[in-house]
Write a protein that binds this ligand. Sequence first.
Ligand SMILES: Cc1cc2nc3c(=O)[nH]c(=O)nc-3n(C[C@H](O)[C@H](O)[C@H](O)COP(=O)(O)OP(=O)(O)OC[C@H]3O[C@@H](n4cnc5c(N)ncnc54)[C@H](O)[C@@H]3O)c2cc1C
Length: 465
Amino acid sequence: MSLEEKLTAILGKNGVITDVSDMAPYLHEERGLVTSKADIVARPATTQEVSAVVCACAESKTSIVAVGGSTGLVGGTIANGGVILATDRLNKIIEVDPLNNTMTVETGCILVDLQNAAAEKNCLFPLSLGAEGSCRIGGNLSTNAGGVGVLRYGNTRDLVLGLEVVLPNGEIWDGLSALRKDNTGYDLKQLFIGAEGTLGIITKAVLKLFPAPRTIITVMAALPELEAILKLFTTTRQLCGDRLTAFELIPRIGMDLGIEHIPGVIDPFEATHPFYALIELTSARENDDLRSEIETVLEKAFEDGVVSDAVFAESDAQRQELWKIREEIPAAQTREGGSIKHDVSVPVSKTVAFITEASKRVSDALPGIRPCPFGHIGDGNIHYNLTQPTDMSKEDFMARYEEFNRIVHDLVVDMNGSISAEHGIGSFKREELAHYASETTISLMRAVKQAIDPDNIMNPGKIIS
Ligand SMILES: Cc1cc2nc3c(=O)[nH]c(=O)nc-3n(C[C@H](O)[C@H](O)[C@H](O)COP(=O)(O)OP(=O)(O)OC[C@H]3O[C@@H](n4cnc5c(N)ncnc54)[C@H](O)[C@@H]3O)c2cc1C
């Protein structure tokens, strides 16, 4: 029996796609940099079906690439033949348990559906990112996604209590614990989180829930200079404690590109300013006076010359408008032409020094280059994206991709930072990881991979070669 026949016997005709045009949604690569191709797309609807598909592939040592929402930005879902295992039919929310503050879900669920299911029970699932309307929780788990709530709630790794995983030999590992305390040896679930589908297929997860925020206040502060951002962050954290939920940096160029290319992006200030901070405080208490708290912060910041102006979101629509400025920066950059992206982190205390020095180095290498550093400054996570000079072709600019990677990543590593703060390694950053990671790190990673997936069928060529 051919593999296609075996998979059709397991999943039925509707669960198997071999027609290339029908496969297109599963071959999508968000950045349009490479092309994915598969012999078969398998769409299992239960853990047992995933297990049977993996067993069938393991018999013939056929590679398997898991595909969630295909919003990953590092080429993690690129297949080179073999089987794509799409998780879109693993889409059941099994239980929302407000007493245990957990939800148990299949990993093909779309992130926003999980947020909504939690909200229906007056709970919060705090993972939130620009792609939340299309990314799936299995992809979030496998990339250890970050997003805008990390400052307060941690990244995906911090939001998981248990997992169920289909291993490369088809065996089902049941680690679907809902316990907050469990010290029984190695924490195996953490191996699969951030593994980008290289160690197995995550089929179910138990996720942590939190009290739903009942008061939210969102402010955009205009800053006179980059240095002000860390001063404002420090004061906000000191005075607001863990009510501070998001603290994002936006540079003027990010605002300008948004206004130019994205309908609905509006500058909320009359004057222009070099940088902005988007700040959000939340509280589980109804009518909590967060406004006075942030006003105290801003009064001090005005006195110290750290803030030049500030606007409050007075309605949910205004809150969305302020967030739109931040969320649409990557799309606006793409419309402006070539964009070389770096999703990096450095210690929070070094963020300003990093942005200043990186901008100097890239401008020395290419006068006219337009750095657009934005993002989760409160986590030390900067999207250090470079927009092409206006007088250069996109092709000529993108041809210098590796040169700028080296400039930026050398500085990141010198500052004890990470070359991948959020998106993982996938295929695009594999050589960069090999370049910067210690031999010990790489050999430990290889040992883990060899132990769990000795035939290298799970997402081969990703993270390590
Ligand atoms: C507009 C936009 C904004 C974004 N903002 C952020 C952000 O703020 N923070 C952030 O971290 N990321 C961000 N991303 C990147 C992306 O959304 C995340 O990496 C997300 O977690 C990917 O989820 P996905 O379902 O699309 O995964 P996919 O792209 O489908 O897959 C990602 C990786 O996970 C593997 N995988 C998927 N499902 C499974 C599974 N069930 N078992 C095992 N492996 C699996 C895949 O093989 C692949 O290696 C953004 C992307 C876009 C387009």
